[in-house]
Write a protein that binds this ligand. Structure first.
Ligand SMILES: *[C@@H]1O[C@H](CO)[C@@H](O)[C@H](O)[C@H]1NC(C)=O
Ligand SMILES: *[C@@H]1O[C@H](CO)[C@@H](O)[C@H](O)[C@H]1NC(C)=O
Length: 260
């Protein structure tokens, strides 16, 4: 038996495309695959590969939200999110900072987002505030947090139809969980404003109060925007508490270990 093991190890070492190197060389398309194939468990920056086989780096969160594993697709500080150049729905290809990783101005290309969306294990999107500052541990209370399923409405990479007056509008989007200043709603609908080439995905709280599941956080300001587009930003919302506060968008899913 021990002779057989020795033979296998030597074979793996001398055959360039031996079994062991195939495992190590798996080109992970998402953080979920990083966990699946490389058994990574520690948060940090990891190399992923897009559908063209090009490598790039982004942040993987394995720790804050178990069993979920999340791949960072975008992060903007309030200051950057409010710049006209960055106010774009995620369906617009607008890569930023892919080589200079910064939580204040980072967004993957459309191709890379699409690769993550279509990879095994991606079922949800998530929005967090100040993930870089809270060190992954401040999410325990889920304050100022949004999570929804991608298959419930094709929310990502779509611009839905205009309303019957031909005006930009919103849809009542079903979410798993939304938390604004501690007011929460589970498995409910909230109005997502239609993304355009000058409006990022977000929730308008003034519409939310009277539409869909009537989500009504306390201490709102007039026409308050949360989770991405900040025409009217409230300092009491942690993604917009100061110019350096960040809004982080993620794609991921609940990790289920394969039974071998
Ligand atoms: C992040 O959290 C870990 C574990 O709680 C801690 O050891 C580490 O010092 C923290 N890092 C920063 C930059 O706060
Ligand atoms: C934002 O960050 C910059 C650069 O680190 C710093 O100089 C500035 O004081 C910060 N502003 C606030 C309000 O935290």
């Amino acid at each position: 038996m021990s002779r057989l093991i020795a033979f296998v190890v030597i074979l793996a070492a001398i055959v360039p495309n031996g079994f062991s190197s195939v495992v190590i060389k798996h080109r992970a398309k998402s953080c979920y695959e990083v966990k699946e194939y490389l058994q990574a468990n520690e948060n940090g920056f990891y190399n992923l590969f897009d559908s063209l086989g090009s490598p790039y780096t982004t942040y993987c969160d394995f720790e804050s939200d178990t069993p979920f594993v999340w791949t960072l697709i975008e992060s903007f500080s309030l200051q950057e999110a409010q710049k006209t150049a960055n106010r774009k729905g995620v369906y617009v290809n607008h890569p930023i900072g892919e080589c200079i990783l910064s939580w204040s101005a980072f967004r993957l290309s459309r191709l890379r987002m699409d690769t993550i969306i279509s990879s095994y294990g991606t079922t949800h999107y998530r929005t967090t505030c100040n993930f870089n500052y809270v060190n992954g541990t401040g999410l325990a209370n889920r304050r100022d947090y949004l999570r929804g399923e991608i298959c419930r409405r094709s929310y990502f990479h779509s611009t839905w139809a205009l309303n019957r007056y031909g005006q930009p509008t919103y849809i009542c989007n079903y979410v798993d969980y939304v938390n604004v200043r501690g007011t929460t709603c589970r498995k409910c609908t909230v109005p997502f404003v239609r993304p355009t080439s000058s409006v990022h995905e977000h929730i308008d709280l003034s519409i939310a109060a009277s539409h869909c599941s009537k989500f009504t956080p306390t201490d709102s300001i007039s026409n308050e925007d949360v989770f991405g587009h900040y025409g009217n930003a409230n300092p009491l919302f942690s993604c917009t508490s100061n110019v350096n506060s960040t809004t982080n968008w993620w794609l991921g899913g609940a990790y289920i270990a394969e039974a071998f």
